[in-house]
Design a protein around this ligand. Structure first.
Ligand SMILES: NC(=O)c1ccc[n+]([C@@H]2O[C@H](COP(=O)([O-])OP(=O)(O)OC[C@H]3O[C@@H](n4cnc5c(N)ncnc54)[C@H](O)[C@@H]3O)[C@@H](O)[C@H]2O)c1
Ligand SMILES: O=P(O)(O)OC[C@@H](O)[C@@H](O)[C@H](O)[C@H](O)CO
Length: 537
């Protein structure tokens, strides 16, 4: 069977092999979307295909929504060229449940895919047309945390951003410049309202997107490239809103075992691609069943009925609390801890790590003991139950092919939110002692040890991509396994960098403990295991 519109005509074969198919008229939905688009999404990666696209499909199946999704990709055009187009924008979603069963769904709700490339007149022109449409309600984003940054890790402005600030909205080169030029197109069309919705895992994600968009508007106005009215438009929440969101669904990279299983169903051309920009894509996505998407109810052009498919619209305050609960305490810190120590101990599966009593205890201590006392309780979800589900069901799910290497990507960008917020909360609470945090510092020390790119057996490994690798690896370059110098002051400027840890570790009183653990972790081969044993055994 072929994953194309033509291939789907063999409906009975797909159904006989156990696939749920789109139950709506794809050509009719495509036509309606062409004429009156409602939802465009930037960042055509795996989570989008596993989560948002399947939500849209379910709503289309039930006749609750009538238009489909438009995927726009502005960073890695290969995703569109090598995966979306050859498969007519169809994807297979494999839902891997903790009880070992799975659901296979052909997702057909993405009815158009476009590269966000200002040098491509046809595709950029179509995106402009979409942004001029009065029907457009939201543009959403899953472009990773670093996608919102205007600067390099070291703080200098990215060259494309600097050039776009100067040149204006006509032919921007940077991702954000291209997005803002589309918003400018909408402004020029009677200043139609829109919601710009970040769905990335970063705290106050709506504010991050707003900061980037408003920086462009300000600079363009300052340079006389647009009128001040554009700035007012961006700043008027009844015109352009930047809702905050919390998204949760563990979506590993496409897995070879899942591919093999789909091949047994006689589906052709399932080969994954690692693009030159390091995106792992395949005609299929694999993800867990559990999913949460909580969105601030701020949609100046009306909102889609996503709440009829389990998505929660609520207040900004509640989103903030749910997001903090998940990203700062109940899920992501546990993930990052497993990522760092998994890479050091040679694991390639998160679920396998959870069979190691020391690693299991590590995440339990970080979650229940160190995190829960300061967890933000959102009211709509119970933090203790949330951690229980993560620790007992989601991350140990043996059918989920999630890897520490995927989660270790961009760790430098994640540490401040995933751990720094907890440290800050301890520092601010007179009833708590920051010195009682023992395992979070062990994770920090583990990351320093990870940066040496040598595992616990002394084997060299390739660290996952991270924008700060070149900045932070030199700090550990001189160290070797088998004993560190007594004086570790060469680490001081790194340990005091609050952009990395969320706090200055010296001011927080945790730097010495981190150094002490780091020394233990470097004592020789097997020292990582021994340090964990000593701290947690
Ligand atoms: N995968 C998950 O389990 C999961 C769960 C919840 C939230 N998220 C959020 O979604 C994001 C994407 O996850 P994914 O699974 O789709 O990853 P992915 O690797 O499959 O896709 C990454 C997407 O981000 C784009 N991108 C990467 N670097 C960029 C940059 N510098 N500027 C602009 N765009 C860039 C890529 O082109 C691609 O569209 C995560 O970073 C996270 O914030 C992921
Ligand atoms: O997606 P990232 O890179 O921000 O973080 C890696 C994982 O921790 C993350 O993707 C989780 O799987 C996700 O947050 C679960 O909802």
């Amino acid at each position: 069977m072929e994953l194309t519109q033509k291939g789907l005509l063999q409906k009975e074969s797909w159904q006989a092999a156990g696939y749920d198919l789109p139950q709506f008229d794809i050509p009719a939905v495509t036509q309606r979307t062409l004429e009156a688009p409602e939802w465009v999404h930037f960042g055509a990666g795996n989570i989008f295909r596993a989560f948002q696209a399947n939500v849209a499909q379910r709503l289309l199946n039930q006749g609750i929504m009538s238009t489909g999704l438009i995927a726009a990709e502005g960073y890695d055009y290969e995703i569109i060229e090598k995966m979306y187009r050859p498969h007519d924008n169809l994807g297979i979603l494999v839902t891997l449940k903790a009880d070992g069963t799975m659901e296979k769904t052909v997702v057909g709700s993405i009815v158009e895919s476009l590269t966000l490339d200002s040098t491509n007149a046809r595709e950029y022109g179509r995106l402009k047309e979409i942004f001029r449409a009065s029907s457009l309600k939201l543009a959403s984003f899953t472009i990773t945390e670093k996608g919102y940054s205007l600067v390099y890790g070291k703080g200098e402005q990215l060259p494309d951003i600097a050039s776009d600030f100067k040149e204006g909205p006509a032919a921007p080169k940077s991702y954000l410049g291209k997005v803002v030029s589309l918003v400018y197109e909408r402004f020029c069309s009677n200043a139609l309202p829109i919601a710009l919705v970040s769905m990335d895992n970063c705290s106050h994600n709506g504010d991050k997107l707003y900061a980037a968009v408003s920086a462009f508007a300000e600079k363009w106005a300052e340079n006389g490239l647009v009128s001040r009215d554009f700035v007012s438009y961006i700043n008027d929440k009844d015109s352009v809103s930047f809702p905050w969101t919390m998204i949760d669904k563990i979506t590993p990279r496409p897995d070879p075992a899942v591919k093999a299983m789909l091949e047994k169903d006689s589906i052709a051309d399932l080969d994954p691609v690692i693009t030159t920009k390091n995106t792992y894509v395949a005609p299929f996505v694999n993800a867990e069943e559990c999913q949460y998407l909580i969105i601030e109810d701020a949609f100046p052009n009306g909102k889609l009925p996503l709440d009829q498919c389990g998505i929660i619209y609520t207040t900004r305050e509640t989103v903030d609390k749910v997001e903090k609960m998940k990203v700062c305490t109940c899920l992501n810190p546990l993930h990052t801890s497993l990522a760092i120590y998994g890479c050091l101990l040679g694991y390639t599966l998160i679920a396998e790590e959870m069979k190691n009593p020391l690693l299991k205890k590590m995440v339990e201590v970080i979650g229940y003991q160190e995190g829960l006392p300061v967890v933000v309780n959102p009211g709509i979800l119970d933090p203790k139950q949330f951690i229980d589900e993560v620790v007992n069901k989601r991350i140990p799910n043996p059918f989920m092919p999630d890897t520490p290497q995927r989660i270790a990507t961009d760790t430098s960008q994640k540490l401040p939110i995933r751990f720094g917020e907890t440290i800050k909360a301890y520092l601010q609470n007179p009833d708590l002692k920051v010195e009682s945090l023992k395992i979070i510092p062990l994770v920090f020390a583990g990351w320093l040890r990870y940066l040496m790119a040598v595992d616990d057996q002394g084997n060299v490994f390739a660290p996952s991509a991270d924008p700060l690798l070149d900045t932070v690896r030199p700090f550990v370059a001189e160290f070797r396994l088998g004993g560190l110098p007594q004086d570790l002051s060469s680490l001081d400027s790194l340990l005091s960098d609050s952009k990395i840890w969320g706090v200055d570790l010296f001011e927080a009183g945790l730097a010495d403990l981190v150094k002490d653990y780091f020394r233990q972790l470097c004592a020789g081969t097997g020292a990582v295991e021994r340090t964990l044993e000593k701290a947690l055994g």
